[in-house]
Design a protein around this ligand. Structure first.
Ligand SMILES: C[S@@+](CC[C@H](N)C(=O)[O-])C[C@H]1O[C@@H](n2cnc3c(N)ncnc32)[C@H](O)[C@@H]1O
Length: 270
């Protein structure tokens, strides 16, 4: 049995069957980052390795992607939803998250719940080359997989999206701890998209991430810390059927009446 640091699933890191030197190098780096043993693949099936090491999942470094594989599930980075949203923004459509954050180029955004990185990529695209996006993720496996994906040479993605992906800085940390340390007004916007209490099971990207994710709810204390760090506003995304934003002190909301999610907005100085 392999015991892992607090809250992390028991896992090992390995490579695909015929691994090149750069895959091995990446596997070593990820194993160090997440504090999980690096195991030689030795032509074994993932299921066999998983049984031998008695782990819940295996991080597999392939030539094209890094995935966390369990019996039922495979989690890997893919920017598809961000690509779609950026395409819509380019065609002049309104993006509710961008409206809620009231973003403009060159701003600094702290994304406290990085997840798959979709919202962070869209934010980074809108902020442009002068902007700053820092994504915090408390799950070491999610942070390592998404950090690698954001830096990869993702095919079928335009240059502008690829550059937006690369500008997102990933930090594996608990947002409460980071917010408590950051200076006042150090980001323009502080953003949260916590795991919904009532999950939207249609969201396949989030479903794959679910077993690895930190499910702790936001607290009024964290929102208070965020308001200190934000120079302009704090924005929280929530499922329309959930009812936690008011309990967190939000009174202003952005989102169409038929949209599956709404955004709670707290403006600094109001
Ligand atoms: C719903 S997902 C975010 C999805 C993301 N907005 C996107 O566009 O892909 C929530 C993520 O926040 C992470 N998370 C939850 N609590 C956290 C905390 N206290 N600190 C840092 N990350 C946290 C979860 O592990 C999960 O990956």
């Amino acid at each position: 049995m392999v015991n892992m640091p607090g809250g992390m699933p028991r896992c090992i890191v390995t490579t695909s069957l015929r691994a090149h030197a750069d895959q091995l190098e990446l596997a070593v780096r990820i194993s160090r980052e997440i504090g999980a043993p690096l195991v030689a693949r030795n032509k074994k099936a993932i299921k066999k390795l998983s049984e031998e090491w008695n782990v819940s999942g295996v991080v597999v470094v392939d030539a094209n992607k890094v995935a966390y594989i369990t019996g039922e599930n495979e989690f890997f980075f893919h920017p598809s939803m961000a690509v779609l949203r950026i395409k819509e923004i380019k065609s002049g459509k309104n993006d509710q998250m961008i409206s809620a954050m009231k973003l403009s180029s060159g701003q600094r955004v702290l994304d406290c719940t990085l997840g798959l990185g979709t919202d962070a990529i869209v934010t980074s695209y809108v902020l442009g080359t002068e902007g700053v996006v820092v994504g915090l993720e408390s799950s070491p496996v999610i942070a390592a997989i998404v950090r690698t994906g954001l830096q990869s040479n993702y095919k079928k993605v335009g240059r502008d999206v690829l550059e937006a992906m690369r500008r997102v800085k990933v930090k594996c940390a608990d947002h409460g701890a980071v917010l408590a340390e950051l200076p006042e007004n150090s980001f323009d916007v502080v953003y949260f998209d916590p795991m919904f209490r009532l999950p939207r099971l249609k969201s396949s990207g989030i479903n794959a991430l679910r077993p690895l994710a930190d499910h702790r709810p936001l607290t009024p204390e964290v929102i208070k810390l965020a308001m200190r760090v934000a120079a302009k506003r704090v924005v929280v995304k929530e499922g329309r059927r959930c009812n936690e934003l008011r309990q967190l002190g939000f009174e202003h909301f952005v989102g169409g009446t038929n949209a599956p999610v709404i955004y709670g907005v707290m403006v600094k100085g109001k």
